[in-house]
Design a protein around this ligand. Structure first.
Ligand SMILES: Nc1ncnc2c1ncn2[C@@H]1O[C@H](COP(=O)(O)OP(=O)(O)OP(=O)(O)O)[C@@H](O)[C@H]1O
Length: 801
């Protein structure tokens, strides 16, 4: 059906085939891809919409004036938590017995609203405190009071500044403050005391309210021995040359740490983190669940659907697979990242947390570049050491991520995958060599005499043939199994299972060998070993002279497989499947087109546009035919077909049989089936498998002759006459045995040597005169009888041993 074999496909041919398949697959998934790259943009829009709704509908923030309406919710919460806001006058700090701050006014100020707003600075540098106070408040005001020796800073902050447990409406919102606001970070629990001063607000306020203060400043002189540190958050928008900041900078002996607040946009996009703080984790979760595994998901999908091993079985090597997959996903990720970065400019929060995801660290890196681009000279190598930009961390994260993800993906492919049992270690002698030099009987075969039952002459003969071939240099037999054995180890409480026991088998080119046997006999286990899905426990097999334990990759280049369950890409058409596998088999140009067209025609997948229909839309029978077509494309020398005609209607079955019959001319085919009719029609030889071992082997005629030396006589009468019929048959042939009896219908096996067909007619005529015979028949044994007989005998003998 296909053209002549062109030898194994080169690395680049395989890469080309895979790339084309991936592009077609991607084209089919265009909608998903567009959605994928649009998600970040959609998410940004959603966040903004949420925020808008939240602000306008739920909070009414913009419509509520807190200066006139005390129930207005706080419209803005500064970004640096925790913050203490200045309380309204009735709640401000006053002198109490418990806290003897003598310079605070007494309680009466709360009634007339004259209590001062208080500010707490921490640190042990008095002069700095003076400078801070002097900078923020004009010197004409009585502003400075020094509080000493106070260690319980949190408690002081709460009491000196006013009650911290008051309801929010009693805090003066910063925006509408009529006195100076000074923010104190109360949780200063260690030596590094950090006063977070929002200078932007203080500065604005100072400029507009210079002479209207009623203010006390408390300065803790002893708390924190090493702490002279003040962390200033200075937005870029603030002019650093202003007097206030200069004073700060000149604070004697004080290390002033500047943290440039680069992301002022946050305030405008997310004025008050409520929605954003929900959306952030949601976004992160979505990223982890949906996007992180994009590449891995696809690799795992192919693995899970066994498509990876299917491609491998048809000759796709690890090299092209990894190269194309890697470059392909790199490209897809780049497109995704471009869209993401563009839309991510609107969404700058949570970037730090998300950096663990490689895409996000890339984003962070670009972001830092953008920030530095605003400065003279942009980012330089030495800036990597700047702890403020996190560029070094980003590069480290990306490098580690790259390594980890690459190794994880590769590890999944090598270790966890089906077929991992096959040793990928390159054989030291991977070149083909004369048969004799490496076709040595396996060690196990010497001990295997126990497995051989001496009464099975045909099976023994097969074993002798194997021994002989192993010592000859002939490669006339495409498949030689040498004491092949598969034992599944015990698991989940199930005992060890001997699925294939010491199998000796030879299949020459041009032969179709049928493997028959009841469910669970071990047929699929055998095929799985032969196609590299599982590893033999002991023994081995040689395909075209190559050992399946060590040369599976070479064997794949000349092998076709039609697995028991169809392994197809739902979104690729039948033609695209065949083009892909044809290319893997090194078919090119017109030879490829011709092979594909012939294949489609011969398997009845050509007419009515079926070839261009996606495989996901195929009926079960069409999928099956496509699987058979795939197994035969590129003229492989060895083909395995696991129940190829399952689910086919009679016409399609017939059509498929003809295809297989034509295909077997110059190749070895091993086929498993439950259809005796199929076995008889297609197979030159049959092997009956029961409980993992070969019970008999031979061509259909031989087997029928051997196991079918009897006629099957079936007769139906009323139930009362059963005994009489039985006596009658016994009289006719004393060795006859009853094999079936139900409601008057009885089936007898009568040795051919004991009767003549005319005698049977005679007996039935006599019986008809005595009682009613509803129906009767005499049949020669067919393959089904052989099957039943062999299975029964094998089970009986197994039960005895
Ligand atoms: N992965 C496994 N682990 C343990 N036991 C297994 C495993 N796969 C198959 N078996 C067992 O090995 C035996 C042979 O199974 P196998 O699938 O090879 O039979 P089969 O002849 O192909 O059956 P069928 O005709 O139903 O496809 C069965 O008893 C089965 O339960």
């Amino acid at each position: 059906m296909a053209g002549p074999s062109h030898g194994p496909a080169s690395f680049w041919t395989q890469a080309n085939a895979l790339l084309r398949k991936n592009l077609t697959f991607q084209k089919r998934n265009m909608r998903t891809n567009i959605l994928l790259v649009c998600y970040p943009a959609l998410l940004c829009i959603l966040i903004v919409v949420f925020q808008h709704v939240y602000d306008n509908v739920i909070k009414h923030a913009k419509k509520c004036d807190p200066t006139t309406n005390p129930n207005c919710p706080t419209p803005e919460i500064p970004i640096t938590p925790p913050l203490l806001q200045v309380p309204r006058s009735p709640y401000r700090a006053v002198r109490t017995d418990f806290y003897p701050f003598n310079d605070l006014p007494d309680e009466s100020c709360r009634r007339n609203g004259s209590c001062p707003a208080t500010i707490l600075l921490t640190g042990n540098n008095h002069s700095l405190g003076e400078i801070l106070a002097g900078t923020m408040i004009t010197s004409s005001l009585n502003t400075s009071q020094i509080m000493t020796s106070y260690n319980d800073l949190a408690s002081v902050a709460a009491n000196v500044l006013g009650s911290s447990s008051m309801p929010p409406q009693d805090l003066i919102p910063l925006k509408f403050l009529d006195e100076i606001i000074y923010l104190v970070q109360r949780q200063c629990t260690n030596n590094f005391l950090t006063n977070v001063v929002d200078l932007e607000m203080a500065y604005d306020f100072l400029n507009s309210n210079k002479n209207n203060f009623n203010m006390s400043i408390w300065y803790n002189s002893t708390y924190g021995q090493t702490g002279d540190n003040v962390l200033l958050r200075i937005p870029r928008s603030v002019n650093l040359a202003s007097n206030a900041y200069l004073h700060f900078l000149q604070g004697p002996g004080t290390q002033i740490l500047f943290e440039f607040v680069k992301d002022m946009q946050q305030r405008t996009v997310f004025p008050n983190l409520d929605i954003a703080s929900l959306v952030g984790p949601l976004f992160f979760t979505w990223v982890v669940l949906q996007l992180f595994p994009v590449a891995l998901k696809s690799l795992v999908y192919e693995k899970q659907q066994k498509l990876r091993i299917m491609m491998k079985m048809h000759g796709l090597g690890d090299g092209p697979y990894w190269m194309i997959s890697y470059l392909y996903f790199l490209f897809v990720s780049l497109i995704y990242m471009l869209v993401f970065v563009a839309s991510g400019a609107l969404l700058e929060m949570w970037v730090m947390v998300m950096e663990l995801y490689p895409g996000f660290s890339l984003y962070r890196g670009l972001y830092e570049f953008a920030q530095y681009a605003q400065l003279d000279g942009g980012m330089r190598w030495e800036d990597l050491n700047d702890s403020e930009n996190g560029m070094k961390e980003v590069l480290i994260i990306m490098f580690v991520d790259w390594l980890v993800v690459l190794f994880v993906a590769y590890g999944i492919d090598r270790v966890v995958s089906p077929g991992s049992g096959v040793r990928r270690r390159k054989s030291q002698n991977s070149q083909k060599k004369p048969l004799l030099s490496f076709w040595k009987p396996s060690l196990q075969s010497k001990d295997s005499t126990l497995n051989v039952q001496m009464d099975k002459a045909d099976v023994n003969q097969e074993r002798e043939k194997v021994d002989q071939l192993l010592h000859e240099s002939s490669t006339s037999h495409a498949i030689v199994c040498d004491n092949l054995q598969k034992i599944y180890p015990e698991s989940d409480g199930n005992p060890e299972k001997l699925a294939v026991q010491g199998l000796y088998l030879t299949v020459p080119r041009g032969e179709c060998f049928g493997m028959l046997g009841p469910n669970g006999a071990g047929k699929t286990s055998f095929i799985n070993m032969m196609i590299g899905l599982t590893k033999p426990t002991t023994g081995t097999a040689f395909v075209q002279g190559l050992d399946i334990r060590t040369h599976m990759n070479e064997i794949y280049t000349n092998m076709g497989v039609c697995p028991q369950h169809d392994l197809l890409w739902e979104t690729l058409t039948g033609r695209e499947h065949l083009l892909f596998y044809g290319r893997l088999k090194n078919l090119k140009g017109s030879a490829l087109t011709q092979a594909v067209e012939e294949s489609l025609k011969s398997l009845n997948l050509f007419h009515g546009g079926v070839a261009n229909k996606q495989a996901g839309k195929y009926s079960g029978g069409m999928k099956r035919r496509l699987s058979v077509a795939i197994s035969l494309i590129g003229d492989p020398r060895v083909v395995y077909m696991d129940e190829p005609s399952t689910g086919l209607d009679p016409a399609s079955k017939n059509n498929l049989w003809n295809v297989v019959k034509n295909a077997k001319q110059d190749r070895a085919i091993i086929l498993t089936t439950h259809s005796m009719e199929e076995a008889e029609f297609l197979c030159d030889r049959l092997g009956f498998f029961v409980d993992g071992s070969l019970q008999c082997i031979g061509n259909p005629k031989e087997l029928k002759a051997r196991y079918g030396g009897s006629y099957v006589f079936t007769i139906t009468t009323s139930s009362d006459q059963e005994e009489e019929v039985e006596n009658m048959v016994q009289h006719l042939a004393p060795s006859a045995s009853k094999v079936y009896q139900l409601s008057g219908t009885q089936k007898f096996e009568i040795p051919k040597s004991e009767i003549r067909i005319a005698d049977v007619f005679q007996v039935v005529e006599t019986a008809k005169r005595k009682f009613t015979v509803f129906s009767w028949g005499l049949a020669d044994t067919n393959m089904e009888d052989v099957f039943i007989k062999v299975s029964r005998e094998a089970r009986q003998s197994n039960a005895l041993t």
